[in-house]
Design a protein around this ligand. Structure first.
Ligand SMILES: Cc1cc2nc3c(=O)[nH]c(=O)nc-3n(C[C@H](O)[C@H](O)[C@H](O)COP(=O)(O)OP(=O)(O)OC[C@H]3O[C@@H](n4cnc5c(N)ncnc54)[C@H](O)[C@@H]3O)c2cc1C
Length: 255
């Protein structure tokens, strides 16, 4: 049986996690599979805090959303974008080795989570690596075999930057209430009519809301994740579409 990562008193503790796999997911994003000493069941949308320690004792700590759904027993999967001038993210791309251990704390986060028990249509909007926790939510939904309406709006540079594209197509092929839409800012052509070339715009979100049902603007829960500027601009569009602030949940990656 997998132990709980919580210590006595139900407090999370820092613990070692072994890097079990490193795999390129896109030109800029690497999947990092971590096996912690003690695994705790996450909620879809939660993140891990990660701490690296240099030989001279210098430490750097960052947060990374879980890509894997709760059903991925015993491991945590992260998807880390390389920031060329960054301190921590390039380490995962250039220096990390399978078999070595890093420190992790979590899973943490209580607001930016999705569960079928919410029983509301969900619109998920992710820019760049901000799509990571939303993919965990969509994968969790697929595991549950629920028909809970969900639209995932992805804002990416090109088709090659769209994470888990095969999975997105599989989930959509089930035709049980899941739909994805792509806005590709730097590509030249799209294969599907629901996708378009250019930056995410107001019309994308209006279409997504329509896809969730005509009266969904009152009941829909919206999750927005990405860099600060992306989140700000999407929230402004949602307000124009009369989505109440209380129905909007945001996760900001900085930048
Ligand atoms: C809750 C949470 C979840 C996160 N989940 C993920 C995730 O799933 N995948 C992921 O790749 N990142 C994620 N991040 C961002 C991550 O924590 C780091 O901020 C990011 O990896 C940069 O760290 P760094 O040490 O490489 O760069 P730093 O040395 O911290 O920063 C280098 C430069 O990049 C700028 N910068 C910081 N963050 C960004 C950004 N996101 N995009 C562009 N420029 C930036 C900084 O302002 C600085 O100028 C998450 C952040 C939070 C708060």
């Amino acid at each position: 049986m997998v132990e709980s990562a919580r210590s006595a008193g139900d407090r999370l503790v820092w613990q070692e996690a072994r890097i079990e796999a490193l795999e390129s997911l896109s030109p800029r994003i690497i999947r990092v599979v971590l096996r912690p000493q003690a695994w705790h069941l996450p909620l879809a949308g939660q993140h891990l805090d990660v701490r690296l320690t240099a030989e001279n004792g210098y430490q750097a700590q960052r947060s990374y959303s879980l890509l894997s759904p709760p059903e991925r027993d015993g491991v945590y999967e992260l998807a880390i974008e390389r920031l060329a001038d960054g301190e921590v993210s390039p380490w995962f791309h250039d220096a990390a080795q399978v078999g070595e251990s890093i420190e992790v704390y979590g899973p943490v986060g209580g607001h930016f989570v999705w569960s079928a028990t919410l029983d509301r249509p969900a619109l998920l909007i992710g820019g760049g690596s901000g799509v990571v926790p939303l993919l965990s939510m969509a994968a969790h939904r697929a595991h549950l075999h629920t028909a809970a309406p969900m639209v995932l709006q992805v804002a990416a540079r090109t088709m090659a930057d769209v994470l888990l594209w095969p999975e997105l197509q599989q989930w959509e092929a089930k035709a049980n209430g899941f739909r994805s839409q792509l806005a590709l800012s730097r590509d030249t052509a799209t294969q599907r009519t629901q996708d378009h070339i250019g930056r995410l715009h107001h019309g994308d979100l209006a279409t997504a809301l329509q896809g969730l049902g005509d009266d969904s603007s009152q009941a829909v829960l919206v999750y927005v994740c990405g860099m600060n500027a992306f989140v700000e601009s999407v929230v402004a569009m949602l307000r124009e579409l009369r989505i109440p602030d209380g129905a909007i949940r945001t996760e900001r990656y900085g930048g």
